[in-house]
Design a protein around this ligand. Structure first.
Ligand code: UT7
Length: 343
């Protein structure tokens, strides 16, 4: 007797980004305000990181609210309705509930019906990780349209007295709708991780340790410190400049594209000097526009690439249908790079 066979599933041959949207919190924090917390200078922050200001979210600008705003724009630009979304992927490291995932609330608020919704934790590579999953879901036949959101309130995880990080992080949300395409719109994802360097960017203390301490010291009236992000900047910087330039080149090669054919380079907005070093390593021609959103937005981790993408398209620096090289890298350590067609 022949064994029963599962009916094969087939999806779209290709996928692409159909729409992008961002949300930037209202409150601007200029370097001058950061200088009230740490011993530094506007010049040091600008020259060492490229940051002039960042946005920090207010109480109403929750992870969910910022996501809904950004996703609403992306859905409108994609020309579909929320009910057509067949998957909601939210990449964040600053949603403070272990469970449930914030993605289900966001999906519900947007009106995405019963779409599968889940969070991923891949820090500054989270947007690329989400894009890869969305591409697989669509080509595998398990969804037609997938929403990928990168969202952070890193201000909640910033220790204002830590001069090595207090000036870096910002808040915001960026979202894209990925859907079926007749032509390839998302190149091979070059992604990976290196857990041997997990300590380089990490939360100062796990929540259980922090709470245990809080119980222990509360009686003694001592103040406990809320966990924050701690980063060993220099080794991360070196890793980003040397290893990530190679990963970016691999993504170009895998897509069969040369640097001069790009319409935009959109790296994770971690440090303007890292971006400049990558441009050199990739021998990117001056004619290729480069995302420099970090100057006004700071480092928003998973949100940084879609936010920068939206800004480049809105400002006319990059154009719909152009090819863009994206690369994210950060805590884990994790990374993800791909060539994509801009929406
Ligand atoms: O998003 C995830 C991925 N993240 C990244 O890729 C970030 C990678 N790292 C970086 O971007 C950089 O390492 C930072 C921007 C974080 C720091 O820049 P740096 O050039 O690596 O600074 P450093 O830590 O090597 O410090 C250089 C000097 C030191 O003084 P000495 O020892 O040379 O006298 C620091 O004490 O600058 C001093 N310094 C500061 N001075 C003014 C450190 N922080 C500050 C500050 N203001 N805020």
């Amino acid at each position: 007797m022949t064994k029963p066979q599962i009916r094969p599933v087939s999806g779209a041959q290709y996928s692409r980004i159909l729409g992008v949207g961002g949300y930037r919190p209202v409150r601007v924090i200029p370097n001058s305000e950061v200088l009230e917390w740490i011993d530094s200078s506007d010049e040091w922050i600008r020259t060492r990181s490229g940051i002039a200001e960042r946005r920090w979210a207010g109480p109403e600008e929750s992870v969910s609210e910022m996501s809904v705003q950004a996703a609403g724009k992306a859905i409108a630009q994609a020309g579909i309705t929320a009910e057509q979304i067949g998957g909601v992927i939210v990449s964040t490291v600053s949603h403070f509930k272990q469970t449930p995932a914030i993605a289900t609330e966001i999906s519900e608020r947007l009106g995405c019906g019963t779409a599968p919704a889940f969070d991923i934790s891949a820090a500054c590579a989270g947007f690329g990780y989400g894009l890869g999953l969305a591409d697989g879901m669509i080509r595998g036949g398990n969804a037609e349209y997938v929403l990928v959101i990168g969202v952070e309130r890193l201000s909640d995880l910033t220790d204002r007295s830590d001069r090595s990080t207090a000036f870096i992080f910002g808040d915001g949300a960026g979202a894209v709708v990925v859907g079926p395409s007749d032509t390839p719109g998302i190149g091979k994802l070059v992604w990976g991780s290196d857990g041997s360097q997990a300590d380089l960017i990490t939360q100062t203390e796990a929540w259980d340790t922090a709470f245990a301490k809080s119980d222990a010291v509360n009686g003694a009236g001592e103040e406990t410190k809320w966990p924050a992000l701690r980063m060993d900047g220099q080794p991360v910087f070196r890793w980003a400049v040397w290893e990530m330039a190679k990963v970016a080149q691999q993504a170009l090669d895998a897509a069969g594209i040369t640097a001069d054919q790009l319409g935009a380079f959109i790296p994770h907005q971690a440090n303007m000097r890292i971006t400049d070093a990558m441009i050199k390593a990739l021998k990117l021609p001056e004619s290729v526009p480069v995302a420099r959103d970090i100057a006004e937005t700071g480092n928003t981790s998973a949100a940084s690439i879609p936010l920068a993408m939206e800004r480049m398209l809105e400002s006319g620096e990059a154009h719909s249908g152009d090819l863009a090289l994206i690369i994210g890298f950060g805590a884990g350590l994790v990374y993800a790079a791909a060539v994509v067609t801009l929406p």
